[in-house]
Ligand binder design. Structure first.
Ligand SMILES: [Zn+2]
Length: 302
């Protein structure tokens, strides 16, 4: 029996830990890695370096068992072609069926091809998708600020009660592979255009929470959440306390960016952030359960 299963059997009240930001790829993507680097600019941005790790679902499950993670959001990539979105979505949906409740699939769409994206999203929602992402607007060739282009996707997501997760990065600071140019004004404009949509901004939203010192920004971000993916590559550990103070701990989600970052390490970062126990528990899993509750209205702070 795994440590995870044993500890859960021993302590039914043990809180669940949900990692909201992991990436997996099918084994065949590893086999044709060089070809994919040539053919897809998103895959190339992340995996052109042969040392960048690719993980399968089995790798993720064994990491979860080792780190005591109850469930992981398994994100797809922002593939540039519709065909690659669909092929890799199948792998994630199969994983969710094989490990029910542990693998929570977020599927890829290419909004630049709106009809195909809408059909794919309906297919995946019927097949168990729990969200959309990780969108890579800069590489996929659209803007989060383009409300007309995104409206069909947002409407389908709302109809199925599933959140949208997007990559966001900092307009300042050091450059790193895959950083890109989706900076805080894009998710902010998305939130203005779709105030009821549930949006998760990866990597602390590229610093978007810091603007919530402006009251109108804070109001606009009512249904926007921030994951901590790759946090220690970007910020000091006080980012947890600062962002929790600015937008509320109920808007912060544990994200590792596995396999880039070990899940155990990401959990330790939250635990040593010096937050009160209820806030720590919320970030480690309570908030995720609420964001993932299909079709449920977000009533944070109400
Ligand atoms: Zn990202």
């Amino acid at each position: 029996m795994s440590d995870w299963a044993e500890s859960n059997l021993c302590d039914e009240t043990r809180m669940s830990i949900v990692d909201f930001h992991t990436h997996v790829a099918p084994p065949w993507a590893q086999d044709c890695r060089e070809q994919l680097v040539r053919e897809d600019s998103c895959f190339a941005a992340l995996y052109a370096n042969p040392r960048a790790k690719l993980a399968t679902l089995e790798d993720l499950i064994s990491s979860m068992d080792e780190a005591g993670v109850t469930a992981s959001v398994a994100l797809n990539l922002g593939w540039t072609s519709h065909e690659m979105c669909a092929r890799t979505n199948d792998y994630l949906l199969e994983g969710a069926a094989r490990w029910p409740g542990r693998i929570l699939p977020f599927v890829a769409v290419q909004p630049a091809h709106p009809d195909a994206a809408a059909r794919e999203l309906e297919r995946c929602a019927a097949g168990g998708a729990r969200g959309i992402g990780e969108l890579r607007p800069d590489i996929q060739g659209f803007s989060l600020a383009d409300a007309d282009a995104l409206r069909p996707m947002v409407e389908i997501a709302a109809a199925h009660g599933i959140p949208v997760l997007t990559h966001v990065s900092e307009p300042v600071g050091h450059v790193y592979p895959g950083k890109g140019t989706v900076t805080p004004e894009q998710p902010y404009r998305f939130a203005l255009a779709f105030p009821e949509a549930t949006l998760v901004c990866a990597h602390w939203g590229g610093g978007l929470p810091f603007y919530s010192l402006m009251p109108e920004v804070k109001r606009t971000l009512a249904h926007v959440y921030f994951d901590s993916a790759a946090s220690h590559y970007l910020y000091g550990n006080n980012v947890f306390r600062v962002v929790a103070d600015l937008v509320g701990a109920d808007h912060v989600l544990l994200g590792s960016d596995f396999p880039l970052i070990r899940q155990r390490r990401a959990i330790e970062e939250v635990r040593r952030a010096g937050l009160a126990a209820p806030a720590t528990d919320a970030i480690l899993g309570g908030n995720a359960s609420r964001v993932l509750a299909r079709g449920e209205r977000d009533n944070v702070g109400e």
